[in-house]
Design a protein around this ligand. Structure first.
Ligand SMILES: C[S@@+](CC[C@H](N)C(=O)[O-])C[C@H]1O[C@@H](n2cnc3c(N)ncnc32)[C@H](O)[C@@H]1O
Length: 231
């Protein structure tokens, strides 16, 4: 059985890196919403899960955090290393294998921007985040909105967990869709309490550069973001 679809990014990292930091969707939608869920970062030890090109790792360090970052894909690890090497502990690791390189209760904040949907099973990963977090530590993640991704489903069953494929500008990408109920149940079972749930809307600047996408996002969310606290 497929445990994750992280190989979707094989040979795509360079192409992904060329546009991701400047795309209006990233700059005026995904990242401002995600950052609105982050606490003050100074002096926190942050685990950056699926660090990609290292944009968050760099931001976190610039805000005074100590950062451990990892990604499945060697090319992404190299890109993050090029960007923040020396200032961040960057590793290659598979989230589906747990976090054997992180000690119990050593992390203040775990971030997983746009990573979880590449995993079939979320609860074991959530349990690992809970294990490495200090008491009252925070876990913040963003993922595809489960209702929006239903449009790609062959079954049309909202309550199912389903492997989907979509064609993006970087090529075909596979990921899992699951209902909001499953996300909340797995968070709770792993020992988290949801503090904030966000279905983001874009910031006003998006309308200036792409009014059609702006209008669509004002009516139909494409992301779901959650901030949860370790109980
Ligand atoms: C859409 S990118 C997001 C990158 C970054 N978090 C950001 O928001 O800019 C998804 C990232 O998750 C990584 N990834 C996917 N499956 C993974 C796994 N099983 N373990 C670790 N990283 C994984 C991919 O290699 C890729 O870098």
């Amino acid at each position: 059985m497929v445990r994750h679809t992280g190989d979707s990014y094989d040979d795509k990292a360079q192409r992904y890196a060329e546009t991701i930091d400047t795309k209006p969707f990233t700059v005026f939608y995904e990242r401002p919403a995600f950052m609105s869920l982050l606490p003050p970062l100074n002096d926190l030890h942050v685990l950056d899960v699926g660090c990609g090109t290292g944009w968050y790792a760099e931001y976190l360090v610039e805000q005074g955090a100590a950062v451990t970052a990892f990604d499945l894909n060697r090319e992404f690890v190299a890109l993050t290393d090029d960007r923040v090497g020396g200032r961040v502990d960057v590793r290659q690791a598979d989230l589906a294998d747990g976090l054997p390189f992180v000690g119990d209760g050593t992390i203040d904040l775990v971030i997983a921007p746009l990573v979880m949907h590449y995993l079939r099973e979320w609860r074991p990963a959530f349990e690992e985040f809970r294990r490495v977090l200090k008491p009252d530590g925070l876990f913040v993640f963003s993922t595809h909105h489960p209702y929006t991704d239903l449009g790609l489903s062959k079954t049309g069953n909202y309550f199912g967990v389903e492997l989907l494929e979509d064609e993006w500008d970087v090529g075909p990408v596979r990921f899992f869709r699951r209902p909001l109920t499953d996300m909340c149940t797995d968070l709770s079972a792993a020992g988290f309490v949801i503090e904030r749930l966000l279905e983001p809307t874009p910031v006003a600047e998006f309308e200036v550069v792409d009014s059609a996408t702006y209008d669509r996002l004002m009516e139909r969310p494409m992301r779901l973001m959650i901030r949860a606290r370790a109980e």
